[in-house]
Design a protein around this ligand. Structure first.
Ligand code: FE
Ligand code: FE
Ligand code: ZN
Ligand code: FE
Length: 174
């Protein structure tokens, strides 16, 4: 990665480079999620949870395309760069699924892992949206805001499912 501290470029150029670099990171992350979510859906038992995760898989596929539109609005080619954080969060999700037997406790674990993922995405899109705004990239900003709203809604839906039934059922399991 470019050493931003020693960069000779202007602040505007520097922030633009950081935006592009982090778009590559989240582009990798969303593609990794398109591959990882089907396993989480298969391992979930609660019907509402399966439905919420399936809906978010469809949204995630759209988010990959939306990021391609963001790259193009900035005059850049879409490029993916491994996101170590998302790679780790997906590994955690897989660990939880392997460690828990099928049922409500595993469902609670899948929600936990999914919400860690959503929060990473919310932090990322929130910041990238602010960068795009600062840079006067209105189209990119609107696109990133659209995805940010989907991530927030997905997170809220998972909280609602956990609080409505899964956590209360999971506490009864030995
Ligand atoms: Fe996403
Ligand atoms: Fe990342
Ligand atoms: Zn398994
Ligand atoms: Fe998401």
């Amino acid at each position: 990665m470019q050493d931003l501290k020693n960069s000779k470029t202007k602040v505007g150029n520097g922030l633009r480079t950081l935006l592009t670099d982090q778009l590559k990171d989240i582009y990798w992350a969303e593609q990794a999620l398109v591959k990882a979510l089907p396993k989480m859906i298969r391992h979930a038992t609660d019907a509402k949870l399966v439905k919420a995760l399936s809906k978010h898989l469809t949204e995630t596929e759209g988010q990959v395309s939306r990021l391609e539109a963001v790259f193009s609005s900035l005059g850049e080619k879409p490029e993916a760069k491994k996101c170590e954080a998302m790679s780790g969060l997906i590994k955690e999700a897989e660990g939880i699924m392997d460690d828990c037997e099928a049922g409500v406790v595993r469902d609670a674990g899948i929600i936990l892992a999914s919400q860690k993922i959503e929060h990473y995405e919310i932090a990322t899109y929130g910041t990238l949206c602010a960068f795009a705004q600062t840079l006067g990239e209105k189209k990119a900003m609107a696109l990133l805001q659209e995805t940010l709203d989907q991530e927030k809604a997905a997170d809220a839906a998972l909280s609602a499912i956990a609080e409505a039934s899964i956590n209360a059922a999971a506490v009864l399991v030995d």
